[in-house]
Write a protein that binds this ligand. Structure first.
Ligand code: NAD
Ligand code: ZN
Length: 380
């Protein structure tokens, strides 16, 4: 056990005190892990658009002060009572949704929606005792998605931690803990395009490009990237996109543009924007008879999906998924092995890196629509 085990750790964290205001890097106190929890030393974290939504708190419930961050990699510092599958020194990826391995969902092959640990963005404390493990001068600082990785140390439920091969480079595999698996899994595990099919990807950020990568690996013959930002198109070619549509450059609705390009509709559509219009367009763009649309983007809290039911009578299917239908503890170590064998190219998702002291730059890049993933080095 580390000499810090059982003690409060003082370390740097990036605290979001107010909606939309730059994060403040400051010293926080991190309490020791309680029963079934682990305390992690975070080495690398990156920014996903979901962090930005909750920081802006325009379309989501505001919870402040809070430590954001959920895409990360680190090492177990100490474990709480009852933790048997993790030990100090283990290399791990924390995940925003968990796997208790005991509930009906975890026991079902069909679900990754663990009853106990499924994603809950409004939860701001640990489930064990309803308390926060972070504080500043005795004031609690709230958790985010059960991970709060914008801190040198964080406390996470052991069911939300995947133990991975220690040979994996943590500065690369950290993108597996959200963005890559979310997009890639949405295509290969949920949309399941057949070889030779046509797939539309709405939103070409890191999640959408991982979805495109999934379509490429599945053998899709045409991958049509749809984005309002045409600057995304050049990069998207490296991820297998063969054609592009910017809805702003057409007078017709994008559904009609896609129908004309594909003789009636795409076989699969994967939505990775978080925009409700794109979600509706994704469903309406798929071919009748067999088309499947999969929603991945996190919607505005008041969003409503409106479409004519005839789409369903015409045998189009609408699905959605968290974390690409992967069970974090069972499946993530396998995905890491796939990367180590050279089957997945994670490097091309990483376009920027900044030291932790400059974490606000990562937010600026995402808000400007620049780059895919910015890796934040916690030692800097
Ligand atoms: P990103 O900002 O890097 O990329 C989003 C892209 O969508 C941008 O290029 C933007 O121009 C484009 N876009 C926005 N509105 C559009 C519209 N109406 N039509 C076409 N394109 C549009 O974000 P990201 O990090 O890649 O995340 C993508 C989405 O996935 C976000 O909503 C994020 O919250 C969500 N997400 C979901 C899960 C999950 O498990 N379901 C996990 C992680 C992220
Ligand atoms: Zn469970």
């Amino acid at each position: 056990m580390a000499s810090t085990a059982g003690k409060v750790i003082k370390c740097r964290a990036a605290v979001a005190w107010e909606a939309g205001k730059p994060l403040v890097i400051q010293e926080v106190e991190v309490a020791p892990p309680q029963a079934l929890e682990v305390r992690l030393k975070i080495l690398y974290t990156s920014l996903c658009h979901t962090d930005v939504y909750f920081w802006e708190a325009k379309g989501q419930t505001p919870v402040f002060p809070r430590i954001l961050g959920h895409e990360a990699a680190g090492i177990v510092e100490s474990v709480g009572e009852g933790v048997t599958e993790l030990a100090p020194g283990d290399h791990v990826l924390p995940v925003f949704t968990g796997e208790c391995k005991e509930c009906a969902h975890c026991k079902s092959e069909e679900s990754n929606m663990c009853e106990l640990l499924r994603i809950n963005p409004d939860r701001k404390v640990m489930i064990g005792d309803g308390q926060a493990r972070f504080s500043v001068n005795g004031q609690p600082i709230y958790h985010f998605l059960g991970t709060s990785t914008f801190s040198e140390y964080t406390v996470v439920h052991s069911g939300c931690v995947a133990k991975i091969n220690p040979e994996a480079p943590l500065d690369k595999v950290c993108v597996l803990s959200c963005g890559f698996c979310t997009g890639f899994g949405a295509t290969v595990n949920v949309a399941k395009p057949k070889k030779g099919s046509t797939v539309a990807i709405f939103g070409l950020g890191a999640v959408g490009l991982a979805a495109a990568e999934g379509a490429r690996v599945a053998g899709a013959s045409r991958i049509i990237g749809v984005d309002l930002n045409s600057n995304r198109f050049e990069t998207a070619k490296k991820f297998g996109c063969t054609e592009f549509v910017n809805p702003l450059e057409h007078t017709k609705p994008v559904q009609e543009v896609l129908a004309e390009m594909t003789n009636g509709g795409v076989d699969r559509a994967v939505e990775c924007t978080g925009n409700i219009n794109a979600m509706i367009q994704a469903l309406e763009s798929v071919h009748d008879g067999w088309g499947v649309a999969v929603l991945v983007g996190v919607p505005h809290k008041d969003a409503e999906f409106k479409t004519h039911p005839i789409h369903f009578l015409n045998e189009k299917t609408l699905k959605g998924t968290f974390y690409g239908h992967y069970k974090p503890r069972t499946d993530l170590p396998v995905v890491v092995e796939q990367y180590l064998k050279g089957e997945l190219e994670l490097e091309k998702f990483i376009t920027h890196s900044v030291p932790f002291s400059e974490i606000n730059k990562a937010f600026e890049l995402m808000l400007a629509g620049q780059g895919l993933r910015c890796i934040i080095h916690m030692d800097g």
